[in-house]
Write a protein that binds this ligand. Structure first.
Ligand SMILES: [Zn+2]
Length: 347
């Protein structure tokens, strides 16, 4: 039941505010907003540095008050490969040591799956830690830090959880336990690999286990999820498409402009400019350079008489297009997508 849900989410924005506004619609019972005010010294620093400093100071403020858990994952051998996750728990008492837990996830798993497993591992570790605590508050708050927004959203929104085998069931079980022991979990998104110590340790530990999974030193599931199967199929198809495009004998002019397959070309809003653009990419315009080559024109020279009428000449050098060129360059600097009509290029 939604009312019983005890997993909240705080998004640590790259700026200086930690807030959970994104999830307020979903979690009207357990909302908590946490703000970290900016330091004066933040001025002039990059967003990333500010974010890291805010997380560090957030950790410093909550250390010893709440249980803090950092989770991360590692996947070797492609986007669907040998994966593992790890959780590092900072206990309530400063004199206690960090608790590091790791878990192999599978031989053919995606990074998001491993991140989700990492968060679940982190919450489970926190539950067992709090259960054996001799003294604790009536309601405890556990902060779980993760650098994958997709994993956080998947767990909080639950809409695509059926993609991940058994996760929903485990999550329901965890929520029941949290309710029984009166513990609230808050997921905090952080930027990974930015020097936040707990995140760095979790990453290192997960990497070690993932390497062992790859080398066969750790036995783990070989089950592949259907979505990960699609992902592998897509990767194979793209590689094969790219290989064919690399060795193809025709279309080499276009290849020089668009060497990577699977990338979308951004077309201008104007249809006629779009058609010209397409013709330029295909090396088949109505300019004299192309028309002469295909036998449709007696000359390859531009009407200005200075050069062969190539795309480069028309767009960049021909004095007859000086005015249009100025419009094009000014449109580009403004980031306009409308496009500029060059009379010579119109079909
Ligand atoms: Zn010219």
């Amino acid at each position: 039941m939604r009312e019983q849900l005890r997993i909240n989410c705080i998004i640590a924005t790259p700026g200086n505010i930690l807030t959970d506004v994104i999830y307020t619609q979903k979690l009207n019972t357990w909302i908590s907003v946490c703000e970290v005010s900016a330091n004066d010294s933040d001025i002039g620093k990059s967003e990333l540095v500010k974010h890291t400093e805010n997380i560090m100071s957030f950790v410093q403020d909550h250390k010893g008050v709440s249980v803090l858990v950092f989770t991360d994952r590692s996947v070797y051998g492609g986007p669907v490969g040998s994966g593992a996750c790890a959780a590092v728990l900072f206990p309530l008492v400063d004199t206690e040591k960090w608790q590091i837990s790791t878990s192999p996830v599978g031989k053919r798993v995606s990074s998001v799956r491993c991140e989700i497993e990492g968060i679940i591992l982190g919450i489970e570790v926190a539950i067992s830690y709090l259960c054996q605590c001799a003294i604790r508050k009536p309601t405890e708050c556990v902060y779980v830090f993760c650098d994958c927004l997709e994993a956080i959203e998947t767990l909080v929104n639950k809409c695509v959880l059926n993609k991940y085998r058994n996760v929903n069931k485990r999550l329901m079980c965890i929520e029941k336990k949290l309710q029984d022991i009166s513990v609230v979990v808050k997921l905090v998104q952080i930027n990974g690999h930015t020097g936040v110590i707990g995140n760095d340790i979790a990453n290192r530990e997960a990497r070690e286990v993932a390497q062992n999974v790859l080398r066969g030193k750790v036995s783990t599931s070989e089950v592949i999820l259907i979505n990960d199967g699609y992902r592998i199929a897509r990767e194979i198809l793209e590689k094969s498409w790219q290989r064919k495009w690399n060795v193809e004998l025709t279309g080499r002019y276009t290849y020089d402009l668009l060497p990577a397959v699977g990338k979308n070309v951004i077309f201008p809003n104007s249809r006629s400019v779009g058609v010209s653009y397409c013709r330029m990419l295909l090396h088949d315009t109505f300019l004299n350079a192309d028309s002469f080559r295909t036998g449709l024109s007696d000359t390859s020279l531009c009407s200005c008489g200075e050069e062969i009428e190539s795309v480069e000449h028309v767009l960049l050098r021909c004095h007859e297009n000086e005015k249009t060129r100025t419009v094009m360059i000014s449109g580009q600097s403004k980031g306009e997508l409308g496009g500029t009509e060059f009379p010579h290029l119109l079909f």
